[in-house]
Design a binder for this molecule. Structure first.
Ligand SMILES: Nc1ncnc2c1ncn2[C@@H]1O[C@H](COP(=O)(O)OP(=O)(O)OP(=O)(O)O)[C@@H](O)[C@H]1O
Ligand SMILES: [Mg+2]
Length: 279
């Protein structure tokens, strides 16, 4: 058993030589990926390159045919029972493109249900936590609303709060803004940015290139089931070495995207001020 000091120095997530096929379709062809505690890591790349599959392997939702996946002290590929996978998912928050809130439960109830049922927390404690988390994502005024009464961006902020309610060690975000009205993208990105600033370990699959550049410590570029290139956000976005990365970014960023990254993106700031007006 490694000592606590050793564990702290090791990456929180470590993938080695992950191979995964769906039938004849070889989707992951040898993925190595590390995430240190407190890091924000983005995975970018073309559609179908295997990004979501990587995240699903980390949560134990998919089992690779070869390779090793470690999350904290858990060796994910060795888990055999559903009970063990549930233990893993207590540590790993997962937020998807579709928010998947329970439509028949209020916002507050959506946040309280899993901590009560899965973690066995008391109603009072779970509700206190839930209200604090709703305040954090600026949704406390909608505690008694139902998901159908909220905008996409508001529902996604509730989904993030719901993931946080389980007190995970890390959160995976899979294209959480791609189904949103452009008006509400910024408010969700602001919440994610704040989480990364607080030191939450985050892995993001995103098509929001400017955002990825701005908040990521490390960026991985995937194509066709392989990591083509990884490095600091600055290196990948400003000085990509692979021609494939260069070409992908040229398309993904377009002309408008080629301005340098700025702190306090005006797009995001405009959304912050919108909160104070609209909530
Ligand atoms: N459950 C599944 N069964 C069969 N094939 C699958 C399954 N899930 C994904 N695939 C295939 O695996 C490949 C990679 O899919 P994945 O969803 O990981 O891509 P992605 O990089 O997340 O793409 P996008 O940017 O479009 O979300 C695709 O060819 C996809 O069709
Ligand atoms: Mg995907």
């Amino acid at each position: 058993m490694p000592s606590p000091e050793t564990l702290a120095a090791e990456p929180l997530i470590s993938l080695r030589d992950i191979h995964l096929s769906f039938g004849e379709n070889r989707v992951l062809k040898g993925i190595d990926l590390d995430v240190q505690r407190g890091q924000a890591v983005s995975i970018i790349g073309p559609s179908g390159s295997g990004k979501s599959t990587i995240l699903r392997c980390i949560t134990g939702l998919l089992a690779p045919q070869r390779g090793s996946i470690r999350v904290g002290a858990t060796q994910v590929e060795t888990l055999t029972s559903e009970a063990q996978r549930i233990e893993l998912r207590k540590k790993v928050g997962f937020v998807f493109q579709q928010y998947n809130l329970f439509p028949h439960l209020s916002v507050l109830e959506n946040l309280v249900i899993a901590p009560r049922k899965v973690l066995g927390r008391s109603a009072v404690e779970a509700e206190k936590d839930a209200r604090a988390l709703l305040a954090k994502v600026r949704m406390e005024h909608k505690a008694d609303a139902y998901p159908g009464q909220l905008s996409g961006g508001q529902q996604q902020r509730v989904a993030i709060a719901r993931a946080l309610a389980m007190r995970p060690e890390l959160i995976l975000f899979d294209e959480v803004t791609s189904a949103l009205d452009p008006e509400t993208v910024g408010e969700v990105l602001t919440v994610i940015r704040e989480l990364t600033e607080e030191g939450m370990t985050c892995v993001l699959v995103t098509h929001e290139m400017r955002f990825a550049e701005d908040i990521s410590d490390v960026v991985y570029f995937t194509e066709n089931g392989l990591i083509v290139e990884s490095g600091s956000a600055e290196q990948i976005f400003q000085r990509p070495t692979s021609e494939r990365t260069q070409e992908f970014l040229r398309h993904a960023l377009g002309d408008a995207g080629r301005r340098p990254a700025v702190n306090g993106d005006p797009y995001l700031l405009s959304n912050i001020s919108r909160y104070s007006l609209s909530v």
